[in-house]
Design a protein around this ligand. Structure first.
Ligand SMILES: [Fe+2]
Length: 208
């Protein structure tokens, strides 16, 4: 994981970022649970977003953990580029068109559904449209690595039946492997190690 973080960081040392370089580095990395299990924290009720690296303010690297059947809302990407690599299990992506301007209460147009397996990489941006991501398995967890370039704090989530959207604030379940508590704080408080084991639900799934 450290090497992956370093290799990605190297790409961002240049002013011009080549997205193909990022795709190549992510594709070349072969998932090893020993590398990333420190960041893989599951919750019983919702998929989790775990911060791995803040990329010198240029991007965010995250690990998302999806319990069986868990899904995101349909969302946009706030003008960011987004890469996703599957580290464990599989992930289904459903692509939608943006709602037409001026149209009200019209269902979103579903245009494509793809399922990605371990080590596969996909790319998403507002130019492509909107998407929802989901762990299609009823029994296994799914772990994915995400790069958001640049990072963002809010995005829009969309209602599939009406195309209406609302603002959603993006939060982290853990930062650098430590649980974050948002109670009474906008940026979140990192919980000391001693409190973690009682609060974080460790993966109920094996990574082998
Ligand atoms: Fe997304």
């Amino acid at each position: 994981m450290d090497k992956l973080i370093k290799d990605i960081g190297e790409v961002f040392k240049d002013d011009e970022i080549n997205t193909e370089d990022i795709r190549r580095i992510l594709s070349n990395y072969k998932s090893n649970p020993l590398d990333w299990k420190k960041y893989a924290h599951f919750d019983a009720h919702k998929y989790t977003r775990n911060l791995v690296d803040e990329g010198n303010g240029k991007y965010n690297m995250l690990i998302l953990c999806w319990g069986p059947g868990m899904a995101s809302s349909i969302h946009d990407h706030t003008n960011s580029h987004c890469f996703v690599k599957v580290l464990d299990g599989s992930l289904t992506e459903t692509l939608y068109d943006w709602p037409n301007e001026g149209e009200k209460d019209v269902p979103l147009n579903k245009k494509k559904e793809s399922t990605y397996g371990v080590n596969e990489v996909t790319y998403m941006s507002d130019e492509i449209g909107l998407h929802r991501m989901e762990n299609p398995s009823h029994s296994d967890g799914c772990v994915t690595l995400h790069l958001y370039i640049p990072a963002y704090d809010t995005c829009k989530i969309f209602d599939e039946r009406t195309g209406r959207n609302s603002k959603s604030v993006v939060t982290f379940y853990t930062k650098y492997g430590q649980k974050v508590d948002y109670n009474g704080s906008k940026t979140g408080r990192v919980i000391p190690q001693s409190e973690i084991d009682s609060q974080v639900v460790r993966s109920p799934f094996s990574f082998v």
